[in-house]
Ligand binder design. Structure first.
Ligand code: GTP
Ligand code: MG
Length: 213
């Protein structure tokens, strides 16, 4: 019985996600669903991305959080359109929430929308919001066992950002085994090592975005 309910929720979500995707396609907007654990560095990565690309590419951001507009306020400082979605305790964004959020964006003026999902390594991977691709941020402080323990999000993502590389020497994170596990889960996954404190890897990430548009 429980399985049936979940199935229905997902198929209703998929229908709205397809509508969103069609609209994004019609408007020629590339959409990234940015996921990862709380504190992995999603908003920090977004801030550096905006600083580097916003003069070249017309970007808007949708911020997903349980409560508060703290992340949206950080994004607003970069003078790009931003919409905050508060899920009031919900652990992921769904397609209907994104559909409502885009009503307040001028879609004709955009090339790229980045959706920062709720901090969570599980649920966001199960809900298509109509994006072109998913990207997951894994902070190396979370441990190198996370890809094998939470495989779906890495399987679904075109890119894994291995963030906080500046902290590598203070952790027991094994880069080789994490890369090996990621490639086992998703053979074509692109892995980019970044540090949002010293901007290492940000050029590579921005280049990947530009090549994807
Ligand atoms: N040392 C270091 N700290 C980082 C890096 N990236 C982010 N941080 C710090 O990590 C903390 C969390 O960063 P956020 O960007 O807010 O993380 P988030 O994934 O957006 O968090 P939620 O939205 O709450 O899920 C902040 O204190 C950042 O300054 C990094 O590359 N290196
Ligand atoms: Mg954030």
């Amino acid at each position: 019985m429980k399985i049936e309910v979940m199935k229905n929720i997902l198929s209703e979500n998929d229908k709205i996600a397809e509508e969103n995707r069609k609209l994004f396609n019609d408007k020629k907007i590339f959409v990234i669903n940015l996921m990862g654990s709380p504190g992995s560095g999603k908003t920090s990565l977004l801030e550096l991305t905006l600083a580097k690309l916003k003069d070249e590419i017309k970007i808007a951001v949708i911020e997903g959080d349980l409560f508060t507009a703290k992340d949206a306020e950080r994004i607003e400082n970069h003078n790009v359109p931003v919409v905050q979605i508060n899920t009031a305790g919900g652990c992921h964004l769904d397609a209907a929430m994104v559909k409502r959020a885009i009503e307040s964006l001028d879609l004709d003026s955009l090339d790229l929308i980045i959706v920062e999902n709720v901090g969570n390594l599980v649920c966001p991977a199960e809900f298509d919001v109509g994006e072109n691709c998913k990207v997951v941020v894994l902070s190396i402080t979370e441990g190198d066992d996370k890809p094998l323990k939470y495989p779906l999000i890495f399987k679904e993502s075109a890119v894994t950002i291995l963030n906080k590389i500046d902290l590598l020497k203070f952790t027991n994170f094994n880069l080789n085994s994490a890369r090996e596990d990621l490639t086992t889960i998703h053979p074509n996954i692109k892995i980019i090592e970044t540090s949002c404190t010293n901007s290492n890897g940000i050029d590579e990430w921005c280049k990947w975005i530009k090549n994807s548009l």
